[in-house]
Ligand binder design. Structure first.
Ligand code: SF4
Ligand code: SF4
Length: 210
């Protein structure tokens, strides 16, 4: 991993002297620091750890120093970092960063809650109706039911087994989907639809949320 050109709370990273130093004579080349650091600070050279990308090191982190079995890794004193914090007056900046982080988290939470609420909504239902449709003008009534309301009927299919059979009043089969044109819950609409089916002496075979 190459060295990044980054900053630490607005201070050029190269001006913040926080990075590991490896004592080559003490290092036994166990590679623990090399494997542990997720920021690509280390390279192994001639079986020794080298902090090749030292400014990739996270300011304040000392994990590799803690895990090194022979204490070959050292860091500058923390007072040096504290001094920089005071000199560069980074606390105002950090507070702003914290505020932005919290706002982002809140926005993510609100988005997740909104998505969950939408997922709970019933916005489309497939309906199957059977019966003798004959002269009932069921389609017209269906159209009137959704007129001026935020719902629509889509993918409608009328399955008439035989024309002669239909004339002789054998049952036909209709499927359609009720959908909300405004992504609203259609639960309130369904009782009206069921009533229409009942009033026309048809049978609601199934009602499936999509
Ligand atoms: S202190 Fe942390 S970030 Fe820095 S080199 Fe060690 S493990 Fe990597
Ligand atoms: S953890 Fe210590 S001994 Fe192991 S490679 Fe790194 S510096 Fe060397």
């Amino acid at each position: 991993m190459a060295e990044k050109q980054n900053t630490w709370h607005g201070i050029p990273r190269a001006e913040v002297p926080w990075y590991p130093s490896v004592d080559r004579d003490t290092c036994i080349g166990c590679t623990l620091c090399y494997v542990t650091c997720g920021r690509g600070v280390y390279e192994m050279q001639d079986n020794k750890a080298v902090a090749a990308n030292r400014y990739n090191c996270m300011v304040g982190c000392s994990t590799c120093g803690v895990v090194c079995p022979v204490e070959a890794i050292s860091f500058p004193g923390r007072d040096l970092v504290w001094k920089m914090e005071r000199e560069y007056k980074i606390f105002k900046l950090v507070r702003q960063e914290a505020k932005e982080k919290m706002a982002k988290l809140e926005a993510a939470k609100a988005r997740a809650a909104a998505e969950e609420a939408i997922a709970k909504l019933t916005t489309q239902v497939r309906i199957e109706v059977a019966g003798e449709f004959g002269e009932k003008r069921f389609l017209v009534k269906l159209g009137e039911l959704v007129q001026d309301r935020p719902y629509d009927i889509v993918n409608l299919h009328l399955n008439v087994p035989t024309v002669k059979g239909a004339l002789e009043k054998t049952p036909s089969f209709m499927t359609f989907e009720v959908t909300s044109t405004e992504q609203l819950d259609i639960q309130d609409f369904l009782p009206d639809l069921r009533s229409l089916i009942r009033e026309n002496e048809l049978v609601l075979v199934s009602e499936k949320k999509l």
